[in-house]
Design a protein around this ligand. Sequence first.
Ligand code: UD1
Length: 423
Amino acid sequence: MARILVNNSGPLHGEVDISGAKNSVLPLLAATLMTEDICEIEDVPDLADVSVMKKILRKYGAEIDDSEQGIIRARTPKIISCEGDRDLVTEMRASLFTMGPMLARHGKIIMPMPGGCTIGKRPIDLHLKGFRALGAKVEEDIENETVTVETGPDGLQGDVIYLDFPSVGATENILMAATLAKGTTIIENAAKEPEIIDLANLLNKMGARIKSAGTDMIRIEGVGSLSGCIHQAIPDRIETGTFMLAAAITRGEVLIKNALPGHVRPIIAKLKECNVDIDIYPEGIYVDARGKELVATDIKTLPFPGFPTDIQSPFMAFLTTVKGKSVVRETVFENRFMHVVELNRMGADIQTENREAIVPGGRKLHGAKVRATDLRAGAAMVLAGLVATGTTEISEIYHIERGYEDFVGKFKALGADIMKIDD
Ligand code: UD1
């Protein structure tokens, strides 16, 4: 099993380029199923999750040209299957994003229940509620862990859909399905994440009529068909936050290029509360934590524009090193503290109760054998390893490779003592 070894590295210095956003690219790729024309997606990161999505699309009938680095040209002249492959779907929860497009284009999708990071139950009831509201028939086969969604003879019909929680995936799926529905759809209490706006921008380029994506009420006027387009994915705000924290935890200074400050405002705000200097330049976000006494702050994760749940674990690793006690509250996912056990192996002494973690701060972490229990927890382990004494050995790093492009290479370029070993 491949592992990452990290040694105490001292302050990181230099510049890092942020890749295209994984969480945008996956739904963008799924949306290409909705036309028979070529769609070109640019700034596609080289990630395991993207490879899985390419395989999934090919099974449905997509022809994919990925010969040019960072660019995927996808064309689906005809849907050849409407059944999700169980192995691929189990590998990646984002395979769910193909449900809306398949329903809209083909009228039917049979989906095995999805996998992905093990962070709580992660039901799909809101996705299904949306499809039902658009007039689709939903049959859940609990025994075989499969759900079949099918439109009637007249296809999908627009409606008003209220989401009980502003789920990112449900908003994206309903947005895609409603694009080709008859009449008007309104998604109330929609997710407002930048990835939703990116998807709406792609769909509008393809001929959709979507208004107010990025607010909590999205309006979609259905259109008869979509065409091809060229679209560049937004930069990855979670990778941006991770490298901001890499500068902070090592008390270094890093210029984070190709980053959009507007997408990481809560991370900027919280790091500033800890006394980290952050400046915004045209080239990127400059984070400087040299020679400062950094102090504790409390974190509460929320849907965008609140503090992102995906940065909770890397931020917690950072908080173990500052002066004073911090409280971290996770409100988005029910079981997103698995990294606590791993950080505690390194001497963090974090206590959890339900969705709250008390981080004592001021800890001298020591290297240990730890697991990347999920994608972002893996990033947290790398950050902790940079400041721990001795060597930190991280296993299950396939989680990290699912979502961070050239993670080890980018850290090395900043001066980190890090390597990947395959055996
Ligand atoms: C997306 C991101 C993930 C991020 C999350 C929250 C992708 C590929 N992944 O995941 O990195 O952590 O947003 O910002 O974009 N829920 C339900 N019923 C549903 C759907 C969701 O109860 O039908 C709940 C989930 O269990 C969870 C919460 O809503 O507690 C948020 O989930 P959601 O916003 O849907 O996250 P994802 O789209 O899965």
